[in-house]
Design a protein around this ligand. Sequence first.
Ligand SMILES: Nc1ncnc2c1ncn2[C@@H]1O[C@H](COP(=O)(O)OP(=O)(O)OP(=O)(O)O)[C@@H](O)[C@H]1O
Length: 243
Amino acid sequence: MRAVLTAQGLQKSFGAVRAATDISLTFDPDTVVSLIGANGAGKTTFLNMVTGYLRPDSGQILFGERDIVGLSPRQITKLGISRSFQIPQLFNSLSVRENLLLAESIAATDNPQAATDEALTRFELAPYAAQKAGLLPEGIRKLLDVSMALSSRSKLLLLDEPTSGVSADEKFAIMDVVMGAARIAGVTVIFVEHDMDIVARFAGRVVAFYDGGIIADGSPDTVLRAENVRRYVIGEEIPHAAA
Ligand SMILES: Nc1ncnc2c1ncn2[C@@H]1O[C@H](COP(=O)(O)OP(=O)(O)OP(=O)(O)O)[C@@H](O)[C@H]1O
């Protein structure tokens, strides 16, 4: 199976801060991978390097077989990597339908009207179609943001904290819709998440970051139980073993 994305030996420093220290990761097609880690661990830096917002100091990023280091965010989106941000990037004065139409038009979809109708249905946004994006509840704004990211018919979808700012009782419903749509679209999903219940429920694989490096990588069951993850990511008080 050919990897969708391969990062090899990525390094990135900001002055004395080492935000990525030799990150090597491979992502297979049709997988859902969660990136976890405390604040400042390097998760967003990784997403920023993959999407062209940051250039690694060294290392290689292959999308399929193409090296994408040095390409602009726009070029990378065109190749098939799309992204949603922690704070949804919406046109607040436009309606939900108009936001989607714009995204479909920018993505040069053959029939933007039909694609918009399909997205409204798939993301359960039809009841909000005429509402201005700026007036929507946060959970619906997140759904609209992801639906716009998917308009570019991407192969890889990166989500930065898709449930942040969403109320606890809405989180699972939002993720159900997002993951259902991602499955139908056949995209690989990498999502950054701080809520471990969401990680355990939706990720097939979990990568734990700490201090710019990776401290665990595997099934949610294994990673979320690992002692260093419980200590450094989840923040549990674990007594050190006696020497
Ligand atoms: N543009 C920047 N300039 C300077 N330092 C930066 C920059 N971007 C990130 N950093 C630093 O790099 C380190 C990693 O940050 P990063 O945002 O990748 O962490 P994170 O795991 O995404 O954290 P969070 O969960 O808070 O979003 C932090 O120490 C951060 O302060």
